[in-house]
Design a protein around this ligand. Structure first.
Ligand code: IPM
Ligand code: MN
Length: 372
């Protein structure tokens, strides 16, 4: 029996291209694993009304970790139009497969390292080394939204909060509401993990990124829990920054920051900013980790127009493989693969189009495999 069981979810669009690249490096590493392919993506929404069929969820429950490519999503009206005729008008609502996976497996911790590799011509500066810790299940991603806004909901809110009164008088279809849920336990957990990571990997600081001058209660809770965690890590500097100012400062002095910790939506936004500083979407990798499961993905989407063209940069997915190997305690293999990526980027002979070269997704994977 293989040592590891890995769920393999290419999804659609360029998700398939990049998982082919991932397989090339994993085969070269000779990881002792069984790869179990699962069905997920736009096709299953159109034909079954669910981008993440239940059989795929059941299959993943039998695995230790999962590698995920990308899945297309479209606005509500477009999604409904592409459903098979017999599935239409049944009240089916499109839900992103990756968001469903994060919720179903309670993958509460999202880690996005953004490091400037020497030799990458797309680096904004050469001395950037940022790691974003993003809470991954709550905040505006809790999925509690209203439109039209039911009268009894807004009336109850207005009874508890005078600021809501003006919305009671509006027509329900003229108001939409998304609720931002933040819990103390998840704030504690993400803050603790950010500090622990900084300590173990020698990062000088942790910056909590929020907006407590406006969202006083939710951001306030995150800040307070980060302050509490900071006391236990006196050797790590602790900074507090408002999200809007941090975006400016990140462009000005990205080298001054190290680990960033925040809630879900701010983490989504700030991590894209960080990744752009070190080469853009092709370089971003994301670990989604829960108490008993880990899912690893590149941060680029499915880019349907590029599907099957093998043009996208596979560094993101291959960095996701590095994080998956660490999660599986295959630390030697993780280091070997990380060094191989760094060598290929340093040499600069094989580059995809985003880096000004002509190499394909597969060429890069093969060049990295050769360095293993
Ligand atoms: C990401 C993505 C997802 C998110 C989308 C696809 C729902 O942008 O992983 O950053 O917003 O979390
Ligand atoms: Mn995002």
């Amino acid at each position: 029996m293989a040592k590891h069981k890995i769920g393999w979810l290419p999804g659609d669009g360029v998700g398939r291209d990049v998982l082919e690249a991932a397989q090339i490096v994993l085969d070269k590493l000779a990881l002792n694993a069984e790869y179990i392919h699962g069905e997920v993506g736009w096709h299953y929404w159109c034909t079954e009304g669910n981008a993440l069929p239940e059989r795929t969820v059941e299959m993943l429950k039998e695995t230790d970790a999962c590698l995920f490519g990308a899945v297309t999503s479209k606005p509500r009206e477009d999604a409904e139009r592409e459903l098979l005729p017999e599935l239409q008008n049944q009240g089916l609502a499109y839900q992103s497969a990756i968001l469903q996976l994060r919720q179903k497996f309670d993958l509460h911790t999202n880690i996005r390292p953004c490091k400037a590799y020497p030799g990458n011509p797309l680096n904004y500066r050469s001395d950037i080394d940022l790691v974003v810790f993003r809470e991954n299940t709550e905040c505006l991603y809790a999925g509690v939204e209203f439109h039209p806004l039911p009268q009894e909901v807004i009336r109850t809110i207005a009874e508890h909060h005078g600021n809501a009164q003006k919305y009671v008088e509006m027509a329900p279809e003229d108001v939409a509401v998304s609720l931002r849920f933040i819990t103390r336990q998840r704030c504690q957990s993400i803050a603790q993990q950010a500090f622990e990571y900084a300590r173990h990997n020698g990062y000088a600081s942790v910056t909590v990124v929020e907006k407590p001058n406006v969202t006083r209660e939710t951001s306030g809770m995150m800040i307070r829990e980060a302050r509490r965690a900071a006391k236990r890590y006196s050797e790590v500097n602790f900074y507090e920054a408002n999200i809007d100012h941090l975006c400016m400062w990140l462009l000005k002095n990205p080298q001054s920051y190290a680990v960033l910790v925040t809630t879900n939506l701010f983490g989504d936004i700030v991590s894209k900013m960080c990744v752009q500083l070190v080469g853009g979407l092709g370089f971003g990798a994301s670990a989604n980790i829960g108490d008993s499961y880990g899912l690893f993905e590149p941060i680029h989407g499915s880019a349907p127009r590029l599907a099957g063209k093998y043009q996208v940069n596979p560094i993101g997915i291959i960095r996701a493989v590095v994080m998956m190997l660490e999660y599986l305690h295959e630390n030697d293999m993780a280091r070997t693969l990380e060094n191989a990526i760094a060598t290929v980027l340093m040499e600069g002979r094989v580059r995809t189009q985003d880096m000004g070269g002509e190499a394909s997704t597969i060429d890069i994977a093969k060049a990295i495999a050769e360095r293993i």
